[in-house]
Write a protein of this length. Structure first.
Lengths: 204, 310
């Protein structure tokens, strides 16, 4: 294997699945080892690429600026992105952008536990850029394809079956979440059906 | 081991007419080399074959097939330490960096190109740029995921008139631009002859403080959700991609008294968008020859049908 560290792939995942990815882990004990969230469809993610509609921005910081962005996907599910002083470019983007706007976000998944014990999943953006509708539509189809591949991968390696292919992350997803995998297939169908509704609308 | 037996069988078959040897005897000799002396099977096979050739008073050509080496093409090489034969054209000769290397450069065939090294101590004839050769008994090697072939003392070099159309190993990649790395935008390069190093704080790592020459470039990362590809866009490709010319970039930097405004401006227009990039690879980078912004609508129908069916 090459000794140079390889850059992590940015996973494509709809908000409905992303927000369920509450389990985090590292692959080694090294302090600097990357933290992954485990997607319920059985893949690890250390970076995501999201294109959606920025619907709301708000400075939720107390002492210093800390910007929250709500980004909605075609299913109406919401990603939360947070950027503060350590993400100055992303923070100033959230400060300046006028919702609604299509944005693309490259970022790291982060989890935090709320006072009542729930785990929330959010994105710590590396970059936020306004994009056009064609980019957003391309992302929706691409994310549908990638999600479907994961769903299929999960079905093949689902350890509750008599005969299954072994897959480390599917096994982990089964152990941590026992996911209703059908839900994630449904996200794909609904996201793609949103195109039909758009085109079915009468032209103004 | 059945593996050894297969090899023994093949060797035995080659000599069945000339020599009175049994498959078991061949296998035993292979076994000694492989299991006792830890010789790779390809080398053991050569050695055993050669000794039988001597016994039978034959030349390698007489038994055909190059004596067990596989004939490969540039793009086929995917493992180190394999003895292979190849017919290829010398596409480029480079300046050897060490006295131990007699010649180094690129060999090419229809499938692409591969680096070759010829050691000084191997005492082999000179290869000429543009000429095509049958090369027998060369060894594959790997360094950081890149494969090469090495010519050695046992290599047989034969020039041939065969015309080879060298294929380009251009890569085509589609994906979203998810990162613009440092060293992108308006940069300065060392003006010394044959040195194009990018200056860091006005200094060239080779020539020290120099009056740099402006250039545009982007080192970016394309990501399709499965793989990442690092891409270098040169001045022309960067101008095409961003719509900012070198002159405009210089003006922008002049007005702001800061070159970093250029890359910031570029980020806003290209990050998070989808591109198709084509070009040759160099080390871990894809050099962008052709860049296309993916703006055509994508058809969700096929994926939808599949999603409904599973």
């Amino acid at each position: 294997m090459a000794a140079t560290p390889t850059r992590e792939v940015a996973r494509r995942v709809f908000a409905g699945e992303f927000n369920d990815a509450t389990y985090t882990f590292k692959e080694s004990d090294d302090d600097r080892a990357p933290v992954y969230v485990l997607l319920p469809t059985g893949q690890r993610a250390n970076r995501v690429f999201v294109v959606g509609t920025l619907t709301e921005t708000e400075d939720v910081g107390e002492d210093s600026e800390y910007w929250q962005g709500r980004i909605v996907d075609p299913n109406g599910d919401t990603y939360f992105a947070y950027a503060g002083q350590y993400q100055p470019d992303a923070a100033s983007m959230l400060r300046e952008l006028e919702p609604p706007a299509y944005v693309s976000i490259v970022g790291k998944p982060r989890t935090y536990e709320t006072d009542d014990g729930d785990v929330n999943v959010s994105i710590r953006p590396e970059s936020i850029t306004p994009v056009d509708e064609t980019t957003r539509n391309r992302w929706v189809v691409e994310t549908a394809e990638r999600t479907l591949e994961r769903v299929e991968g999960y079905q093949e390696a689902d350890p509750t079956q008599d005969d299954y292919a072994t897959d480390e992350y599917v096994q982990m997803a089964h152990d941590e979440y026992e996911p209703a995998i059908e839900n994630y297939r449904r996200l794909v169908v609904e996201a793609l059906e949103s195109f039909e509704e758009e085109t079915a609308e009468p032209e103004a | 081991m059945t593996d050894l037996h297969t090899h023994a069988d093949e060797i035995h078959e080659q000599f069945a007419d000339q020599l009175d040897v049994t498959v078991e005897a061949v296998e035993e000799r292979l076994d000694t080399l492989v299991n006792e002396y830890q010789v790779p099977i390809s080398e053991a096979r050569r050695s055993v074959t050669n000794s039988y050739l001597d016994e039978a008073g034959l030349d390698r050509e007489d038994i055909g097939g190059g004596g067990g080496n596989e004939t490969v093409q540039a793009a086929d090489v995917d493992a180190p330490e394999e003895w292979v034969d190849m017919t290829a054209k010398v596409v480029e000769l480079w300046e050897p960096r060490s006295d131990a290397v007699a010649q180094v450069g690129l060999l090419g065939d229809e499938t692409g190109t591969i680096k070759f090294t010829k050691w000084s101590k191997s005492d082999l004839p000179e290869l000429a740029e543009g000429a095509t050769y049958h090369l027998r008994n060369i060894v594959t090697d790997e360094y950081q995921g890149r494969f090469s072939v090495k010519l050695n003392r046992t290599t047989v070099i034969e020039e041939t008139d065969e015309e080879i159309e060298v294929g380009d190993d251009a890569l085509e990649v589609e994906g979203a631009l998810v990162d613009i790395q440092s060293g992108s935008g308006l940069i300065k390069r060392c003006p010394e002859e044959d040195c194009t190093r990018v200056l860091q704080n006005g200094r060239c790592s080779e020539h020290g403080e120099v009056e740099g020459e402006f250039d545009l470039r982007i080192k970016g990362v394309l990501d399709d959700g499965e793989e990442v590809t690092e891409v270098i866009f040169d001045q022309e490709a960067t101008e095409d991609l961003t719509g900012i010319t070198l002159e405009e970039a210089k003006d922008m930097a002049m007005d702001a008294l800061d070159t970093s405004v250029v890359v910031e401006e570029m980020q806003g227009t290209i990050m998070g968008r989808y591109y198709r990039v084509q070009g040759p690879t160099f080390g871990r980078y894809l050099l962008a020859d052709e860049v296309e912004t993916l703006t055509d609508a994508v058809d969700p129908e096929a994926t939808l049908i599949k999603a409904r069916s599973i």
